[in-house]
Design a protein. Structure first.
Length: 172
């Protein structure tokens, strides 16, 4: 079986949710799954509890909202992303997983937390068989070209635009 890279990008809601659905499907087939979340740091979201109950390892390596590069805290976010990327590289080359979700990887590259070339080189060198899922806004042209499957999620409308606040079980 070959290596398979899937990418969910765009400005619409559901990129991470689609990746988590794939994780559920993989576990249903007794596959070994790891999720590494870049740019996220919130253990209260509902999906973490559910995924962990199913035995899916989720590692949050982000520090939350990423400030602009001129902000004094920006280097901390870069360091956190680098640590997450090191974990991802180790996991991709370990042979311990059938599916690895790199949640918000595209955003981490787009915001300059990770170098695109380092990420694409790591994806190219990851051994088969392995399914790798990347999510996040602003996927680069090179990341899109490298992926085997790409879904661009575009919003048509969102309840937040009508003043409906984020809902437990829907947005978090």
């Amino acid at each position: 079986m070959d290596k398979n890279i899937l990418l969910f990008t765009g400005t619409g809601k559901g990129k991470s949710t689609a990746a988590f659905g794939m994780a559920l499907r993989a576990v249903g087939h007794n596959q070994r799954v790891l999720i590494i979340q870049f740019m996220k740091q919130d253990e209260s979201v509902g999906e973490l509890s559910s995924l962990q109950q199913l035995g899916i390892s989720v590692i949050q390596t982000g520090l939350g909202f990423v400030p602009r590069p001129e902000n004094p805290r920006y280097p901390e976010h870069q360091q956190a992303a680098q640590q997450g990327f090191a974990l991802a590289c180790k996991a991709m080359n370990s042979g311990d997983y059938d599916l690895i979700v790199l949640d918000e990887m595209c955003g981490a590259v787009a915001k300059g937390l990770l170098e695109e070339r380092a990420v694409t080189d790591a994806l190219v060198s990851a051994p088969a068989p392995l399914n790798i899922v990347l999510t996040g806004r602003d996927a680069t042209v090179n990341m899109i070209a490298l992926a085997d499957t790409v879904s661009h999620i575009t919003p048509v409308k969102h309840a937040l635009e009508q003043g409906v606040p984020a809902r437990k079980g829907v947005e978090f």
